[in-house]
Design a protein around this ligand. Structure first.
Ligand SMILES: *Cc1c(COP(=O)(O)O)cnc(C)c1O
Length: 398
């Protein structure tokens, strides 16, 4: 395949050449010098990514590692958690908690809608003994692509006057969808390097409020490696990482944070993702014309994430289109995740288009045009004018 392949799956996302180049260098001394200095700036800038003045812990791990890190520091064995699921990833975080010995009350809102904050208030009001130690929410569930209203959920917790910590999985949203940890009263935010932060997989981040840091003193699931306190206070350099620093990831992260925060700016990055998302939705709305059966998984635009879009193309069209795009167009779309089991015929009716991280109009509009070409080539019924609608949506939302 000539030209540049475009991996439009929701993580790992495209890594900028500048980030790869920043990583392409000799190993540094980890005891003194540049990497020690660089890490201080990286930590300060990571706090800007989550809009917090509080704390951040870095782990050599992926998103699952961030889940476990957050859990280990918030809970003791036998504690209760209220887990809000709006797709596959909330369920997964809950499974991690259960495996660690936390008692999970699951509020499952299905695969195509955000959480109803009132039900969170109701669940917390019933917990008059305040046994629930934390409420766990996925900001955008990468399987359903439903986005939760994090401010409304904060208000729902406050309405119950419940002291639980408020923890958010923002793996799919950091750098893409607005998230303001301090202003929105969030205690714990988990993230990973390979999505909106434009790095290869390998780093996990857990942002921690003062309240969560204080509460973690008594969390007995904490182990030496996962304990966030030494990573947060980091008197010795090695303590930031529980051992050897992830040297080349730090070089890459430095470059990615400069691109995101200094050159583009976080507000502009959020705006760019919104614009690209609306272009994708506009294409699908055109393709959805009867009788194609094509449609977005989340009906209400305000409930959709801005970094990835889940959609349905019936009669196995989604899988056929994905395969055609890989073979003919150099575009790799994401599989439908958690909508049906791989053995079920419906599995082939779902796909996801990522527009996450290091992406711009020609990548997203190019992917959409390639999709339309594929639907024509494969004879997949679709409404006309998807590419035109996407171009109009992009140009309108300047
Ligand atoms: C990708 C993702 C995860 C899991 O991250 P891994 O690095 O695959 O472990 C968790 N939550 C959300 C919302 C994600 O998008």
């Amino acid at each position: 395949m000539t030209g540049r392949p475009y991996l439009a799956i929701p993580g790992p996302s495209p890594v900028p050449d500048r980030v790869l180049n920043a990583m392409h260098r000799a190993s540094p001394n980890i005891y003194e010098g540049e990497i020690v200095e660089m890490t201080r700036g990286v930590v300060a800038d990571l706090k800007r990514v989550a809009c917090t003045d509080q704390h951040v812990a870095i782990y050599i791990a992926n998103g699952h590692g961030a889940w476990e890190a957050a859990a280990a520091n918030m809970f003791s064995r036998g504690d209760k958690a209220l887990v809000v699921a709006t797709g596959r990833f909330g369920i997964g975080w809950g499974e991690t908690l259960r495996a660690l010995g936390v008692e999970v009350a699951l509020l499952d809102f299905g695969k195509s809608a955000p959480a109803d904050p009132q039900r969170i208030t109701d669940a917390l009001r019933k917990d008059t003994a305040h046994q629930i130690k934390a409420v766990l929410v996925t900001h955008v569930d990468t399987a359903s692509t439903a986005r939760n209203d994090l401010r409304a959920i904060r208000a729902a917790i406050d309405a119950a006057a419940h002291p639980a910590l408020y923890a958010v999985d923002a793996v799919a949203t950091l750098g893409c969808d607005p998230l303001q940890m301090d202003d929105w009263g969030i205690d714990v935010v988990v993230g990973a390097s390979q999505k909106g932060l434009m790095l290869p997989p390998g780093l996990a981040f857990v942002w921690v409020s003062d309240k969560a840091l204080a509460a973690s003193q008594s969390a007995d699931l904490s182990t030496p490696y996962w304990n966030w306190r030494p990573r947060v206070v980091g008197a010795q350099f090695y303590q930031y990482f529980g051992g050897t620093a992830p040297t080349h990831h730090i070089f890459g992260l430095r470059e990615a944070l400069t691109m995101l925060l200094e050159e583009e700016g976080l507000d502009a990055a959020w705006h760019r993702h919104g614009r690209l998302a609306r272009s994708v939705w506009a294409a699908f709305d055109a393709w959805a014309g009867e009788p194609s059966g094509i449609g977005l998984n989340i009906v209400e635009p305000a409930h959709r994430g801005h970094s990835v879009t889940a959609a349905r193309i019936p009669q196995g069209g989604a899988t056929r289109l994905r395969r055609w795009l890989e073979a003919e167009a150099g575009v790799t779309l994401g599989i439908g995740l958690g909508m049906a089991l791989p053995a079920e015929p419906a599995y082939d009716d779902f796909l996801r288009v990522a527009h996450m991280g290091h992406v711009n109009a020609h990548m997203t509009l190019g992917a959409l045009a390639s999709m339309e070409a594929g639907m024509q080539a494969l004879g997949i019924p679709h409404g006309a004018g998807g590419v035109d609608a996407a171009a109009r949506a992009f140009s309108a939302a300047s």
